[in-house]
Design a protein around this ligand. Structure first.
Ligand code: 5AD
Ligand code: SF4
Length: 450
């Protein structure tokens, strides 16, 4: 088998990162070596995101810039994969004829075969559009993990479910990723055990809506709630840290909240997207909770885990959002005082219900609201970070910088500290925080947790 060089550029969420890793693993079995620079690669895969227009534009502009490269090296293969590929399909060939393969979110396993057929000279129109949404979570995810990684890695994602049945009015995910489906518990646990046996210390369970794991369209061997799955995963011997993302407030159960008090290796961080603080907007977004219910869930969560760090997603300028509605989002921020948030300007997406809603908010108004939200969040993040001053927290080492080590607390804060040369990524240490910035914390090594 001749060695070929592979370059993957991943846009979007952790699910896409994991999908890129799956493609890498699959292609490695066919002689493709990952990690090449684009200019040296025989195969370039762009794994795309379609969540906002901006993400899609970034992909098309990068793809456009590869036209020259393809002209220079006609043997280069270019693949458009993932969410934009699923959404746009063959239209990508029309706009960008230098693309060889368009492959959606469900058909990665066909890549090696598609590449081989292209090499045999078959027409790309015949073979190169893998958009079938037949929804499977192939068992090869687990099998590919049988081989120990070339380099030890301490942190991995494990997909537990895919797709989404919620149909929020603004969201393209049900179109690009299909209906919700859960993986069997036994597969998930086996994969986690394998990873831990290869030296992995931290696992993040992934899904578009993990809280409804096993309740909709389960392929599970027996019905298991997400909380039960968490307990079983946390019990895998040798697993030091467990995280999950992402959650829908409507499905957040008391049973799940209790896990934060009961499972010592479950990290004390919860990402709970609220999207908006106004009930009128939440209703039009087709979010199935109210502001009041969200606040009740937060209070209950804090009753089980008072120090839990909370982060959220917010959309500003949803169609019809008034100043009063936006003030409700600002006041929710004041009430919850999130440790951090991801905030976005509303963006029309093809095939979503809100794309056809009237009363679109002007771009300048959206800009101004986003700026106000982010400025206040930045102040609150700094104040929240200052609450860590003098506290000693468990930190998992991530990497060695020029003069310091960088790690992460269970609360998901980045922590800088000085430490001995023998500390390795994945080691757990205790650090006493002595400086709080807006984006990160600094501290001094206390005693080792190991
Ligand atoms: N416009 C802006 N933001 C969006 N998100 C999802 N769809 C849109 C859209 N059409 C945001 C939501 C979601 C996050 C991943 O992206 O806040 O939680
Ligand atoms: Fe982007 Fe959503 Fe697709 Fe993730 S699932 S890549 S966030 S569109």
């Amino acid at each position: 088998m001749t060695t070929k060089h592979l370059h993957i550029k991943t846009f979007g969420c952790q699910m896409n990162e994991r999908d890129s890793e799956i493609m890498e693993q699959l292609l490695a079995q066919h002689g493709y070596l990952p990690g090449a620079a684009a200019e040296q690669a025989d195969l370039i895969i762009l794994n795309t995101c379609s969540i906002r227009a901006k993400a899609e534009q970034k992909f098309f502009s990068l793809l456009g810039s590869l036209r020259q490269e393809k002209r220079r090296r006609p043997g280069l293969r270019i693949v458009a994969a993932g969410c934009v590929a699923q959404q746009e399909g063959e239209r990508i060939f029309e706009r960008m004829p230098h693309v060889d393969i368009v492959i959606g979110t469900q058909q990665f396993w066909r890549l090696p075969e598609m590449l081989q057929r292209l090499e045999r000279g078959e027409s790309k129109r015949e073979i190169a559009c893998g958009l079938d949404k037949q929804f499977v979570i192939p068992p090869f995810q687990k099998l590919l993990r049988n081989a120990p990684p070339a380099l030890p890695e301490f942190r991995k994602f494990v997909t537990i479910m895919q797709g989404c049945d919620n149909y929020c009015a603004y969201c393209v995910v049900p179109t690009t990723r299909g209906r919700e489906i859960s993986r069997p518990v036994a597969d998930i646990l086996e994969e986690v055990e394998l990873l831990v046996s290869h030296g992995v210390k931290e696992i993040t369970l992934l899904g578009q809506n993990v809280n409804s794991y096993g309740t909709t369209n389960p392929v599970a061997d027996r019905p298991v709630s997400f909380a039960e799955l968490l307990k079983m995963t946390a019990a895998v011997p040798g697993l030091r840290r467990l995280r999950f993302t992402t959650s829908n407030p409507q499905d957040l159960s008391t049973e799940l909240m209790r896990c934060f008090a009961a499972l010592p290796n479950l990290c004390s961080h919860f990402h709970l997207p609220v999207q908006a603080g106004s009930n009128a907007v939440l209703q039009r977004m087709h979010r199935k909770y109210t502001r009041e219910l969200y606040l009740e869930k937060v209070a209950e969560l804090r009753s089980f885990c008072p120090d839990i760090a909370l982060s959220t997603d917010v959309i500003v300028g949803f169609p019809g959002e008034t100043e009063e509605d936006f003030a409700q989002t600002m006041s929710l921020l004041e009430t919850v005082r999130f440790h951090g948030s991801f905030s976005f300007k509303y963006s029309d997406r093809p095939g979503t219900r809100s794309a056809s809603f009237p009363d679109k908010v002007e771009e300048q108004v959206k800009d101004a609201r986003l700026e106000r939200f982010q400025a206040r969040q930045d102040e609150i993040s700094l104040e929240r970070n200052q609450e860590f001053l003098g506290k000693t927290v468990g930190v998992m080492v991530e990497r060695r910088g020029e003069s310091e080590l960088q790690g992460r607390s269970g609360s998901n804060h980045i922590i800088h500290f000085a430490g001995p040369d023998d500390l390795q990524p994945g080691d757990l240490v205790m650090v006493t925080i002595n400086h709080a910035g807006q984006r990160s914390l600094k501290g001094e090594l206390a005693a080792s947790e190991n």
